[in-house]
Design a protein around this ligand. Sequence first.
Ligand code: ZN
Length: 389
Amino acid sequence: MADQANGQPAWPACETEGCRGRRIGRSGHCLEHLTERQFDPTIVQLAAARRLDLRGTNVEPARLARVLAQFAGDDGRPSLRSLDCDGATFQGDIDLTGMRVAELCSFTGARFDGAARFDEVNLTEMCGFDEVAFAGPVSFERATLTYGSFELTRFAAGASFAGATVAGLSMHKARFDGPARFDGARFAGEFRIGFDRVTFAGGVSFRAAEFTAAVNFEGTQFNGHADFTEAAFLATASFRPSWTSGGQPVRFGGGASFDGVRSAEPLDLNAAQLAAPASLDGLRTVVTRVEEPFDVDDPEVFLELVIPSVVFKEAGLGGRDEIEDPLDEALAAARLGRVTGGGAGLGSVVLDVEIEHEADLGRAHELIQRVLADVGLATGAELHRRDPD
Ligand SMILES: [Zn+2]
């Protein structure tokens, strides 16, 4: 990526004053600023190596189409070894239908001002779309992605991955402002499929989608209708809050349909928040119903967490609640225990923690350590076992 601190791009930049585009071939210019005389020889040279580097470049759709025509294989589909478009700006509707990229394919931080078509692309290695801003509709229909990363990506006007084949995926904290479709998509592979903390602001459809790989919807926010009709979860599917989700529960704000869903394991929606009725007809393996929040009935272990005030202040923490709340939430979400009381004074902050089962003590310990580290208290706190009062 560009070194933003001093404004210099991390790549040899175009000779045109003020342009951050990647210089390509021997031209001294980026794709946008190639002269008409330079254009063909430069592109022919790049096409021979099958590598295209458009980092930081303003890409005009007609120019891109001319370039891709040079990269076309025998079947007419653009075929590249690598495509690097980090930080590029695509200034209109882009059509990359059928494109194959055998090695690196990266669009990290790119901006698409118009529609973006990636239908039937085949991206063989990891493809990076992290922090991309798609202003127009996006289509990856029938695409084959070996590992797609779309972390923090913004889909502002709808997206379709219908019929796609995906071996690994991370959509961590992506946001879909328009409708999203994954109908008939197949998620199969050795990697995890992560929709953790994704926000679907509109409706989303996973009709007849098949998850052969483990999938996580931890902390996913479904603000519109979530349609999982006839989806198949053939490996683990998690709809629980977790560390990946920062303890945030999955929320179905606009109703959900799980009609006809097949699931290899009981589909646990107990921790999900359902703001509207969910339809679960024919979902036979579900263990469901929104439950009361987890509570300890008959705790087997009583702990006391002692944090010296000086450590607490050094971590920049104001009040006891800044550790108490996340700790209580995390313990409850993991169904291990609760924070049941506490106090401050005499040079320390003290929290009372109750753990339901002795056998979970190791996991509880780890969880507490992680929460402490998360709020800046990796060291300095002490955890004691105490007698029940
Ligand atoms: Zn330029």
